[in-house]
Design a protein around this ligand. Structure first.
Ligand code: HEM
Length: 518
């Protein structure tokens, strides 16, 4: 008991001293930046609250209160400078120097390690160069086959919901389709999440994502030395062990096949089998500084793609379907476009060229990502004092690029809370940093084209198979100004946004489906 008391006292004193040092460091610079009142030790956590929904509201409120400019806030002792205007976004995202990631990306290290999303410096640059060819135009065409086959199975699953004619939570099930697509694209192995979790990989991924989410928002589990004593840590280790074993089996099998083929054969082999494995093959045959990748390297890159590639696309498909359910006129236009492309053969899988013809659907997706960006915030940590948005920001501060409040900045988008896909029709001439759902600059989303393809394939099939209906008749648009303290969401079916690594609705995305008849 005495040992526990001494230990707690030492830890508490160390924490208080650490926050004191942090507050002092750069304090004179930080206090010049506008921001809400800050509590010592707790920073702005008392105003942010502990629930993802409250945190999202507080951030949106501050963005508006400080006129979509630069806002200083603290998570405990860690200073976060939120930027939400295009000029500051451009300065940060276009920079080759301000690329360093640490907090909160360090919570992903146990799984993603030095994968592309979380690594820095030379390692990141080398891997970025090595992986870029995996998203070459010709390889993307090969991924289309996987997307088409998977979404056909997803339509069968949705058919069951349409038969029941009842409201259901679309957010809950859409991940099954996106996880199937990304696992097959990244590992060349189907995991059949749509049919039910037949592979242990699927529950292991859900488990590990769940632990990472909880950790980011936990005041205590943020610290490694406390986290290792928790039950969440045990769950994380168990899930990691499963993923390592499964992936190691997949890699061994594929390595054996590759050894039988020489590289030239591999390039010529066009029977679909090789192309389905493009990403893994690329990693298995790649060299960095003349050395092949280790198992750990491959594990981390494949995991990064599985992580980045499933929750993000699930969020985007989910919110697009939600918006279409609340805007029947826009849904009718999107359906008309599909009819114009496919004629009466409305159940056929799209070709690569037909995806390019889906111009209106593309506007719908862009508008969805403006209001509901799958990745609402991205963060960079400063390695040296830097001037951003007219303020000197000290070393060690985190810069939070708030993609979600950039999308509702009224200086950029008029009537920001209206769902108007047409607004993107003539936007080519405007500043590219006005709208960055896939980030921008050197660390932008490498899977952007893959994602747009998957979104188009999935949503186009849903629109052609079903009428998407709101949870109950007569609902409004379901889009709320979260920054307005007077805006209360009283309708139980309207999405209540929360940050769960990706953007999600706390109360689900409830819709109904009815099968279209031709
Ligand atoms: C709607 C879907 C998607 C959205 C909105 C999205 C958005 C983003 C954003 C905002 C970033 C920057 C993150 C940061 O700097 O912290 C990012 C990075 C990344 N994304 Fe995506 N993403 C999507 C889908 C995908 C897919 C399908 C893949 C893989 C197939 C992917 C792979 C990656 C990777 C590897 C990075 C890290 C790139 C780097 O740091 O060099 N993403 N994504």
């Amino acid at each position: 008991m005495l040992i526990l008391i001494v230990l707690s006292t030492v830890l508490a004193s160390a924490y208080i001293y650490w926050t004191y040092v942090k507050y002092i460091t750069g304090w004179h610079l930080l206090k010049k930046i506008p921001g809400p009142f800050t509590y010592w030790v707790f920073g702005n956590v008392p105003q942010l609250g502990l629930k993802p929904e409250d945190q999202m509201r507080a951030i949106c409120r501050w963005a508006q209160e400080y006129e979509h400019d630069v806002v200083r806030m603290y998570g405990g002792a860690q200073p976060y400078i939120m930027i939400t205007n295009p000029k500051a976004m451009e300065q940060v995202l276009s920079s080759n120097v301000l690329t360093y990631k640490y907090d909160p990306y360090r919570f992903f290290y146990p799984w993603l390690g030095q994968g592309l999303l979380t690594s820095n410096g030379k390692h990141w640059l080398n891997h970025r160069k090595m992986i870029t060819p995996s998203f070459h135009f010709s390889i993307l065409q090969d991924f289309l086959k996987i997307m088409n086959e998977t979404t056909d199975r997803f339509m069968d699953l949705l058919d069951g919901y349409a038969n029941k004619k009842e409201m259901f939570d679309f957010q809950e099930i859409v991940t099954r389709s996106t996880i199937d697509v990304i696992c097959e694209a990244a590992m060349g192995t189907p995991v059949n999440a749509i049919q039910g979790p037949t592979s242990p990989i699927v529950p292991a991924i859900s488990e590990i994502c769940d632990v990472m989410r909880q950790r980011i928002f936990s005041a205590l589990n943020r610290f490694d030395f406390l986290f290792v004593w928790t039950e969440a840590y045990q769950r994380q280790e168990k899930a990691l062990a499963i993923l390592r074993t499964e992936l190691s089996n997949i890699i061994d099998k594929r390595r054996a096949i590759l050894q039988e083929l020489n590289r030239e054969q591999l390039k010529r082999d066009d029977d679909g089998k090789r192309s389905k494995m493009a990403f893994l093959d690329n990693l298995l045959t790649a060299e960095v500084d003349g050395m092949p990748l280790t198992f750990q390297d491959i594990f981390e890159e494949v995991s990064t793609f599985v992580f980045e590639g499933h929750d993000t696309t699930a969020s985007a498909v989910g919110f697009a379907v939600y918006c279409l359910s609340r805007h029947p006129d826009i849904q009718a236009r999107a359906f008309q476009e599909q009819h114009d492309i496919f004629g009466n053969d409305l159940r056929r899988s799209p070709t690569f060229q037909e995806l390019g013809e889906m111009k209106y659907l593309e506007l719908v997706i862009k508008e969805t990502l403006r209001l509901f960006p799958s990745v609402p915030f991205i963060v960079r940590t400063l390695l040296e004092q830097t001037e951003i948005g007219g303020y000197q920001i000290p070393v060690g501060a985190s810069i939070g690029c708030s993609i979600i409040t950039l999308g509702t900045n009224p200086n950029i988008f008029s009537e920001p809370y209206l769902f108007k896909p047409e607004r993107f029709k003539d936007r080519n001439a405007t500043n590219p940093y006005d709208y960055v759902p896939f980030s921008a600059g050197p660390r932008n989303c490498i899977g952007q084209k893959f994602a747009m393809m998957e979104l188009k394939v999935t949503i186009s099939k849903i629109i052609r198979h079903f009428n998407i209906l709101p949870a109950v008749d007569g609902l409004s648009t379901g889009i709320h100004n979260l920054g307005d303290p007077n805006n209360k969401i009283t309708n139980p079916y309207d999405a209540r946004l929360g940050f769960f690594l990706t953007l999600k609705s706390v109360n689900g995305l409830n819709i109904r489906l009815s099968r279209r008849s031709y």
